[in-house]
Write a protein that binds this ligand. Structure first.
Ligand SMILES: [Zn+2]
Ligand SMILES: [Zn+2]
Length: 349
């Protein structure tokens, strides 16, 4: 089969690989129909993720069709159409019993990291019963790829951890796919304001069409002064960090209101300063999280009910044969306007 393989920092290629086989009785083999590229894949290619070793098939998002199941899989049979979660979970270990699937003792974020991933014609999914979701009838299958990672991540790490409430003020720093996913799902709670902060004007324009009440272009405006002006000097109740850098995290420290929450979503490779000299008396909360995908069933229902349109996030489509072009397009988003790039692996029946 064809698969996109990581060969060490800066190196990747579309290779011919053997078909994956069932390893344990709880595995399933899924024939991938659609997958996508995540910002995390670019981190891997920069060498930022040491758990991902050369030779690994990348990708942790996708939809497909069950090809084969192990003897212990009871929830799925060959032919079932499924959503692949970026998080694999056994459902039985201490972390899973607490709903913290991201820290499953034999799962977590392993797809396209510690085991071969979804940017391939077939993928082995461990703990299939608890790591796959049946696709609801009558929804746009391709759009559901957005539910593998970015929508649950934006919602759980940004909106839920950020305690977004009716009437609250929210700033989302970073208007990439994850920040936009947080913007879409924050609106479940009717906050009074959602302020998007970025330096890419195209992404801010998109954010406005997705429901942002204000946009701050940090290339042109002092973001702290503008966020304070927009909130009558109070700052925001919820500051979501959706970039993964020291300056964007410190911006959240500067704009969070007394009693507010900084909800970190970004993947950080270097340290950020915590200004306790300014924050010690501000009653704030700082949260971190790796997505658990506990909200995936709820998000599937909102899509089915038309309350969420994940297809809004898709800007480009490429056949698997052109996956290297897809990476180029996604990596140069400032020039290409790319948000999420769909890789068409096989026909959707
Ligand atoms: Zn991802
Ligand atoms: Zn577990």
């Amino acid at each position: 089969m064809k698969a996109l393989v990581y060969h060490g920092p800066g190196e990747k290629s579309l290779d011919e690989r053997p078909l994956p086989k069932l390893v344990t009785a709880t595995d399933a083999i899924v024939r991938v129909t659609r997958t996508t590229i995540c910002g995390t894949d670019l981190h891997i290619l920069r060498g930022d993720v040491p758990t991902c070793q050369p030779g690994r098939v990348l990708g942790h998002e996708g939809v497909g069709v069950i090809q084969e199941v192990g003897a212990a899989v009871t929830a799925f049979v060959p032919g079932d159409r499924v959503l692949i979660s970026c998080i694999s979970s056994c459902g039985k270990c201490d972390a899973c019993r607490r709903g913290m699937y991201s820290h499953c003792s034999t799962g977590g974020w392993i797809l396209g990291n510690k085991i071969d991933g979804t940017q391939a014609e077939f993928v082995r999914i461990p703990h299939a019963d608890t790591s796959l979701y049946r696709l609801p009838a009558g929804v746009d299958e391709e759009a559901l790829v957005m539910l593998s990672d970015i929508l649950p991540t934006g919602f759980e790490c940004g909106v839920l951890n950020g305690r977004v409430q009716p009437g609250s003020t929210v700033a989302i720093v970073g208007a990439g796919p994850i920040g936009l996913a947080a913007l879409l799902t924050a609106q479940f709670y009717s906050p009074a304001q959602i302020i998007m902060v970025d330096r890419d004007r195209h992404r801010l324009d998109v954010a406005r069409t997705f429901g942002a009440s204000a946009c701050i272009d940090i290339a042109r405006t002092d973001p702290v002064a503008e966020a304070l002006r927009l909130t009558d000097g109070a700052g925001v109740d919820c500051a979501v960090e959706a970039v993964g850098g020291p300056s964007t995290f410190e911006l959240c420290e500067d704009i969070v209101a007394a009693g507010g929450t900084i909800a970190n979503v970004g993947v950080h490779g270097v340290k950020a300063d915590l200004h306790l000299e300014a924050l010690w008396d501000r009653n704030i909360t700082i949260t971190t999280r790796l997505v658990d995908t506990v909200s995936t069933p709820m998000l599937l229902k909102t899509v089915r009910a038309g309350r969420l349109q994940p297809e809004q996030l898709i800007t480009h489509r490429f056949a698997l044969e052109r996956v290297l072009d897809a990476y180029d397009t996604f990596a140069h988003a400032a020039d290409t306007g790319a948000l999420k790039v769909i890789i068409e692996v096989a026909q959707i029946a």
